[in-house]
Design a protein around this ligand. Structure first.
Ligand code: SAM
Length: 637
């Protein structure tokens, strides 16, 4: 599976789209009444929305997004319990091109406000999960790719299914027993399903998946349709036992959550917690974006390699998500914090050029998102963000406690954060998001985090290049003017505070001269405004994001792994109320928003924006488990 996928090829009859490939229509009539009859009525959503605190809709076949617009419109008009939230999860193999989507939406002027919000965030045609924030209380998680493949990658507790693939006779794949087995796995207790078809194969497959079926009168010329209710509870989870977070509790609406760290990790968490209806409090003695997130320029670009493993898929999804987040922040604030100048990733050797050619051939990104040039790969949508404003906008109105945390402890009623010079803060949960300083707390102590000092040099008066260049280090036009080059890379011990040197400025200029000789010739270290900070890096270059493992439990429960013992291991336990987001390395501006969204979804029991395998690849216990397994190999030598 690779990144870029085919968009839907359509015929238009008036303004109604028809799939050329499947030879079938997306909706009949103007679509709205049909959608209300089959999917809203079939799942009894008018009544169920009114009682919902949290509701998840799963859809097979996103198509034009009409069903989602109709359900979202109903949700908006429904009087619901305070803090109620709606998550959509919709699967689509051949996404409509943006222009086709907009044309179809032209059919529904009454839904134009919602449609505009969806179109604004509509993701590129790339495989994977795209998380959109439609309203503060409504998310849309679009899973682009073949339904069966993507269903298998997800965890969810769906309350109502919209089964809207094309007709079973024209698209049997979408209605296969394997698909229904996944529907059963991803169903919440009492889940319902509705579909326009009464085909025998669909009825049998729904029955086999534990649903009780009822025929109802169909819409328009269709005599009948199906509704179904699942009798058994779903069995949603398939994680490796150590990543199961067995005793994780979910936070109620309005719960206060303390975030230690005011960098991009903490600010992204504040943003997501606020979206989720919780009350974030940021704690950082130096304020927002004072550390590694405080440079005058930061690159927003994909980290791309030829493979398509969990790391590559996370990186791609995080890139799209960061761009969407920035666009939303710009739209809300009316401020410009991002220069979409594009980024050129230089290829300086034949090997590098060959690697880049493989990446392009593997279609890791949609065609218009990556361009092979003579001197490297160009990413047209990438660019340079103002990191400080980015973090400030993410942090929003979250209260800031500008004091140094002394300790974090758990109690029966939540967590207590103490300080030397002010009274303690009580919260329902705490997230350690303070880079390598997380190592000061027991919850993070055993994590293999490395402190890496990096110096950048800012030339406020220099004429910057029109685009950003990456050649190992980078040279980028700062959004507020001037040029930023860097960064140096120096692993340092726990006691070292960041400091700048003239030698490091010279090193940065030298690096520029290897790729951009003319630009380097205009720079001298005397004119540089150097800035050094500490990044926090993990061995696998992925963030640490998730609940803090209960290390005592892990030590006892999984020690056998070092002897290669295969048995039914218990599900992993976490420290109630304590979470970690750290190890973002030099890519936090890109990865923090998605990692934060995933963590907050987990903390509130909402739908995860990550494939299970990716969530496991970010889990704080991964190094512990890997080390035990590695020990097994050493012992058996
Ligand atoms: N619900 C849509 C709407 O509101 O516009 C209409 C969906 S249309 C009838 C069926 C959709 O299923 C198409 O967009 C098609 O590309 C998608 N589809 C077909 N086969 C698929 C598969 N194997 N996996 C995922 N999506 C598939």
């Amino acid at each position: 599976m690779t990144g870029g996928i085919d968009t839907a090829k359509l015929d238009w009859e008036a303004n109604a789209p028809r799939s050329i490939f499947f030879g079938d229509i997306y909706f009949s009539g103007d679509g709205v009444e049909e959608s209300r009859h089959v999917f809203i009525g079939g799942n009894d959503l008018v009544r169920r929305f009114a009682a919902a605190r949290r509701f998840t809709i799963g859809e097979l076949g996103f198509g034009t997004g009409l069903n989602i617009l109709v359900a979202w419109d109903l949700w908006r008009r429904t009087e619901k319990p305070n803090g109620a939230r709606l998550d959509f999860l919709s699967f689509e193999k051949f996404p409509l091109a943006g222009t086709d989507l907009a044309r179809a939406h032209g059919n529904w002027p009454a839904l134009s406000g919602l449609s505009a919000a969806l179109i604004r965030q509509y993701p590129p045609a790339a495989t994977g999960i795209h998380r959109l924030q439609l309203d503060r209380d409504v998310t849309l998680t679009l899973a682009f790719g073949d339904a069966i493949d993507m269903l298998q990658r997800m965890e969810a507790g769906v309350d109502a299914w919209f089964l809207d693939g094309f007709a079973p006779a024209k698209n049997p794949e979408m209605w296969s027993p394997d698909v229904f087995a996944e529907i059963a796995r991803l169903s919440a207790p009492g889940a319902t399903a509705a579909t326009f078809t009464v085909a025998g194969a669909v009825r049998r497959a729904l029955g086999a998946a534990g649903f009780e079926i009822e025929k109802r009168s169909g819409y328009g010329r269709k005599r009948e349709m199906l509704t179904a209710r699942r009798k058994q509870a779903g069995s949603t989870s398939k994680p490796a036992p150590w990543f199961a977070n067995e005793n994780l509790t979910t936070l109620p609406p309005g719960a206060p959550v303390a975030i230690i760290g005011g960098g991009v990790a903490g600010a992204s968490l504040a943003h997501e917690l606020w979206n989720a209806g919780l009350a974030p409090i940021i704690i950082d003695p130096d304020g927002i974006a004072a550390g590694a997130s405080g440079n005058p320029a930061g690159l927003i670009m994909p980290r791309i390699d030829a493979g398509d493993d969990a790391a590559a898929r996370f990186s791609r999804a995080a890139y799209f998500h960061a761009l969407r987040t920035i666009a939303a922040l710009e739209a809300q604030s009316g401020e410009r914090i991002f220069n979409p100048c594009g980024v050129l990733l230089h290829a300086s050797s034949a090997d590098e050029r060959e690697r880049q050619a493989k990446i392009v051939a593997a279609r890791q990104l949609p065609e218009d998102w990556i361009e092979a040039r003579a001197d490297g790969l160009f990413f047209p949508q990438a660019g340079v963000v103002d990191p400080v404003r980015y973090c400030q906008l993410l942090a929003g109105d979250a209260p800031l406690i500008a004091h140094k945390t002394l300790s974090v402890s758990t109690a029966a009623d939540g967590v207590l954060v103490t300080f030397q010079d002010r009274g303690p803060v009580r919260a329902d949960a705490v997230i350690l998001a303070n880079g390598a300083d997380t190592l000061r707390f027991a919850a993070a102590r055993t994590l293999p985090l490395t402190r890496v000092m990096g110096q950048i040099d800012f030339f406020p008066e220099a004429a910057p290049p029109a685009i950003a260049h990456v050649f190992g280090p980078y040279a980028a036009p700062a959004p507020a003017g001037g040029l930023v080059i860097g960064a140096t890379y120096e692993p340092v011990g726990q006691a070292v505070a960041p400091y700048t040197t003239i030698a490091a400025s010279a090193e940065n200029i030298r690096a520029v001269s290897s790729a951009l000789e003319d630009l380097a010739a205009t720079l001298s270290s005397d004119a540089a405004r150097p800035r050094a900070s500490i990044r926090c890096q993990t061995p696998d270059r992925l963030p640490v994001a998730g609940p803090a493992p209960d290390w005592n439990f892990f030590g006892d429960a999984y020690d056998d792994l070092r002897f290669g013992v295969k048995r039914d291991y218990p599900r992993g336990c976490v420290v109630p109320g304590v979470h970690l987001l750290t190890g973002l390395g030099s890519r936090g501006l890109v990865t923090a928003p998605l990692a934060a969204a995933a963590m907050v979804a987990e903390m509130t029991g909402a739908l995860s924006p990550l494939e299970r395998e990716i969530a496991e690849a970010l889990h704080p216990a991964r190094f512990f488990i890997r080390d035990l397994r590695r020990a097994k190999r050493i012992l058996s030598k």
